[in-house]
Design a protein around this ligand. Structure first.
Ligand SMILES: [Cu+2]
Length: 151
């Protein structure tokens, strides 16, 4: 079952609704990560691991899935419609990851261990929302982006 951040996330999401401007600090770290080809290879492995763990493909889940594997968010960019939910899933066996919309002034999620998940509903204004993995954004360039489109 997906693990929710509960009350804390609800507060965070509510706070985000009034926010239209993003800092761009995250963008500078984007280039520090692996190449597109390296990411593609990691993400292909992540998809195999996802099926082994959850018994279905990420595309067959009822919400959009972003996997966290070998210090990569797969896919690195995702587009959602306003109000849609995204579920992050850690597929690493020995490494914890987090989801942190730091540039948006939000709190970091809990550290997720193997097969743990966190969901976030994007009731945000349309725009681009870069985010980080707290433990790995700086050392490994573990960064992603959610683009929210209006309904
Ligand atoms: Cu990480």
């Amino acid at each position: 079952m997906p693990r929710s951040l509960g009350d804390r996330l609800a507060v965070v999401v509510a706070a985000a609704c009034g926010m239209g401007v993003l800092a761009l600090a995250t963008t500078a770290a984007w280039a520090a990560g692996p190449s597109a080809a390296e990411r593609d290879a990691v993400c292909a492995d992540a998809e195999i691991r996802y099926k082994e763990t959850f018994g279905k493909a990420t595309k067959d889940e009822p919400v959009k899935i972003v996997t966290m594997y070998k210090d990569v968010f797969c896919p690195i960019e995702i587009t959602v419609t306003q109000g849609e939910t995204v579920r992050w899933v850690n597929l690493d066996k020995r490494t914890s990851h987090s989801v942190w919309f730091r540039d948006s002034g939000k709190e970091e999620s809990a550290r997720l261990f193997n097969a743990e998940t966190v969901e976030m509903k994007f009731d945000f204004p349309p725009g681009e929302y870069p985010y980080l993995c707290g433990p790995h954004w700086e050392s490994a360039g573990m960064i992603g982006k959610v683009t929210v489109k209006g309904k």
